[in-house]
Design a protein around this ligand. Structure first.
Ligand code: GRF
Length: 195
């Protein structure tokens, strides 16, 4: 067992969940380091935060590969430079191929902005409003081959309020995501320690 775990975080954009994880790891002195933040988009604004924290960053531009298989192979190579114990998807907006998912089986987590199994896929806040549910939220799950379907590790719920729009609901869920994801990752790492 290695004392310090290596975490690689994948983002596509803003990276506010990544930021919450980085800050929690530092504040709580996790037995883990954020070894790298990797984006499939060169203009992901989260990259600047990571670099500013002294974290290695890389871009594997998904729009410059002819196929999903070639992109995933390049991404896997970029990730494995850091010998990750855990790969954390944080707003990483890509459908992953089965071989890529298999390579990180049991050590790749995702956060999805709904109470899975409700509303997998995109536009979850709109889906929730259209369905008229009383509660909505976020789910942390282990990544498996089927999109947004892996074993659930943790969930956080919020009430849907009268007058909610996609934006107000998304903002209320995001506050919960920033608490939920670091906590779930921390628990997952602690559970790995015995291995
Ligand atoms: C979050 O709502 C996350 O659950 C979803 O995409 C959003 C990403 O936000 N997958 P950020 O990039 O972490 O700020």
């Amino acid at each position: 067992m290695r004392a310090m775990k290596n975490i690689v975080i994948l983002i596509s954009g803003r990276g506010s969940n990544m930021e919450a994880v980085v800050r929690a790891a530092q504040a709580e002195q996790w037995p883990a380091r954020i070894a790298a933040v990797i984006s499939n988009k060169a203009d992901a604004s989260g990259l600047a935060f990571a670099a500013g924290m002294g974290i290695a960053t890389a871009v594997v531009p998904s729009n410059q590969f002819a196929s999903r298989a070639e992109f995933d192979a390049a991404l896997q190579q970029a990730i494995d430079v850091y010998s990750p114990d855990l790969v954390v998807l944080a707003g990483f907006m890509r459908i992953l191929t089965a071989p890529f998912v298999a390579h990180y089986a049991g050590r790749m987590l995702n956060i999805h902005p709904s109470l899975l199994p409700a509303f997998p896929g995109l536009a979850t806040h709109r889906q929730a409003l259209e369905a008229g549910v009383a509660q909505h939220g976020a789910t942390v799950h282990i990544v498996t081959a089927e999109l947004d379907h892996g074993p659930v590790l943790a969930q956080a719920a919020v009430d849907v309020l009268p007058g909610d729009t996609e934006a107000t609901l998304a903002a209320r869920v995001l506050v919960q995501e920033h608490v939920l994801y670091p906590r779930a990752i921390r628990q997952f790492i602690d559970g790995q320690q015995g291995r």
